[in-house]
Ligand binder design. Structure first.
Ligand code: NAP
Length: 476
């Protein structure tokens, strides 16, 4: 039986890794998700065969409880996964990150409570948690508890922010000091757990770690959320890996390491894209919007353009660069934009798509939408490959993007976006911006690009505006 279980875990681990590999391209990503999911089903089934479950005196109760938990969690995830709008995916991912961290922290809590009871009642002669669990298991279990709990409460705050339930980044007075004190206290109680068997120490530790996760995430603002979300993803993986060691479950260890390392790489990429250090985002609350949301004194007026004139301008352009952002996802305008692109290409216009690494609300958000609409990959350019071209571009068409084209990231040291690399749309001969009104982007920061001399605003929902542009180009 043991060989069968370990073999299943090995196959599951191989499926996780192969699945992840396939997720690196939109062409194979769906298959990758299915492979990794099959691995998870296999690992879950194998777990039912473990002696801890089968040979336990309450095996029937345990199995029923596990099945009920799987049915509840799986059922809810199935229904919500089917229903979720594409624009709400990032919140769902933040929530699932949190659930993973919470699950790891709960496993640690169960093991710590068991060890605490054993040590307090002198069952095995052990007097501390370290004695009861063994040093390696105790250390990794406690570390997993710290990381998992912070990731749990932090991800819930990230979910609330992405879902628009918690809008502002709030910096408390002396926030950094409060965070530092909380971090030291949490670490202190984590160490104290190792050397004691006291139930109150364990409870205080969990409360402190929960508060720390909240306090770390609340101040993160500006445009730094992608970094913190991928960081929580990585931390959740690490916590699951540690708790896998505590339970002696190879599949959990490997799945945790895979998620932890992939998440760490993603965090690093996101941080580089934002020109921030991970430590800065995590500890400093960089990019808070408190003082700047709603206006930074940007002067001038927005100049409007009608779709018909915008269509003419683009039809006679030599090159058009399209910059999609979150608003394109909200409007589901990708299909219309692709139709527009084909019409312009037929007229001899060179059209390129410029993708900012944090455009939208999740990594690769724009690539996924454009792939879904059928835009060929050779028309899609990363920021560093396309930025030099704006100077020689007739029209930069910004559709539902805001923060990723905000020039104050370059020239306004007081802006929460300062230092973030942007797409240099402002350098084009003409900039046409499609958005519904004067709404700010995710960071809440005013965008001087919209007031620039070479910028014209095409107000309206992204899909409707794209349809009007198609009509205008067709009529020429
Ligand atoms: P953005 O700065 O959030 O701006 C989106 C713009 O789209 C808004 O100004 C809005 O203006 C417009 N819009 C909304 N609905 C629209 C519709 N139906 N039709 C047309 N326009 C619409 O978007 P972004 O430039 O893509 O930048 C992404 C931001 O999200 C960055 O700050 C990034 O850091 C952050 N973020 C990214 C991730 C990630 O992983 N990619 C994760 C979390 C946060 P109106 O209301 O006036 O229409």
């Amino acid at each position: 039986m043991e060989t069968l279980i370990q073999a299943s875990y090995l196959i599951a681990a191989a499926l996780f890794i192969l699945g992840l590999k396939q997720m690196s391209s939109p062409v194979t990503a769906r298959r990758g998700i299915l492979w990794a999911g099959a691995g998870m089903v296999l690992a879950t089934l194998a777990t039912f065969l473990t002696p801890e479950i089968l040979d336990s005196p309450q095996s029937t109760t345990n199995i029923i409880l596990i099945i009920v938990a799987i049915a509840l969690g799986g059922g809810y995830a199935w229904v919500s996964g089917k229903k979720v709008a594409m624009t709400d995916m990032p919140q769902m991912i933040a929530m699932y990150n949190g659930m993973g961290g919470g699950a790891a922290a709960t496993i640690a809590a169960v093991e710590l409570l068991k060890a605490s009871t054993e040590a307090s009642h002198d069952v095995t002669g052990a007097t501390t948690i370290a004695d009861a669990l063994g040093a390696d298991v105790a250390i990794l279990g406690i570390l997993g508890a710290v990381i998992g709990t912070i990731s749990f409460s932090g991800s819930i705050i990230a979910w609330a922010k992405l879902d628009g339930r918690l809008n502002r980044s709030k910096l408390l007075p002396a926030q950094h000091l409060v965070n530092a004190v909380l971090a030291i206290a949490t670490a202190g109680f984590a160490i104290a757990i190792y050397f004691s068997a006291d139930l109150n120490t364990i409870i205080t530790f969990y409360v402190l770690a929960l508060i720390l996760g909240i306090f770390i995430t609340v101040p993160v603002g500006g445009a730094d959320m992608p970094v913190i979300i991928s960081l929580f993803n990585a931390l959740t993986g690490l916590a699951v890996g540690f708790e896998g060691y505590v339970l002696g479950n190879a599949a959990m260890i490997i799945a945790g390491i895979v998620v932890g390392s992939a998440g760490s790489l993603l965090t690093q990429l996101m941080a580089v894209a934002m020109n921030r250090s991970v430590a800065n985002v995590f500890f400093a609350g960089v990019g808070t919007t408190e003082s700047t949301a709603g206006g930074d004194g940007t002067e001038g007026v927005m100049k409007e353009i009608q779709a018909q004139d915008a269509g003419i301008l683009m039809s006679f352009a030599s090159q058009v660069i399209i910059i999609p952002g979150y608003g394109m996802a909200v409007a589901q305008a990708q299909h219309k934009i692709w139709e527009l692109t084909q019409l312009l290409t037929d007229k001899g216009v060179t059209v390129k798509f410029a993708i900012h690494p944090v455009a939208g609300r999740m990594p690769g958000h724009m690539n996924v939408l454009l792939a879904e609409a059928g835009v060929p990959y050779d028309m899609i350019y990363d920021m560093e490959d396309v930025n030099a071209e704006f100077k020689t571009t007739t029209v930069a068409l910004v559709i539902g993007a805001n923060d990723v084209v905000n020039p104050s990231a370059k020239d306004d040291a007081s802006s929460p976006l300062y230092g973030m690399p942007i797409l240099n749309a402002y350098e084009s001969d003409n900039v046409i911006v499609i958005k519904r009104g004067r709404g700010a982007g995710f960071s809440g920061v005013e965008n001087p690009l919209f007031f620039a001399d070479n910028t014209k605003m095409l107000f309206g929902d992204g899909q409707k505006a794209a349809s009007q542009l198609i009509q205008s180009v067709k009529e020429l």
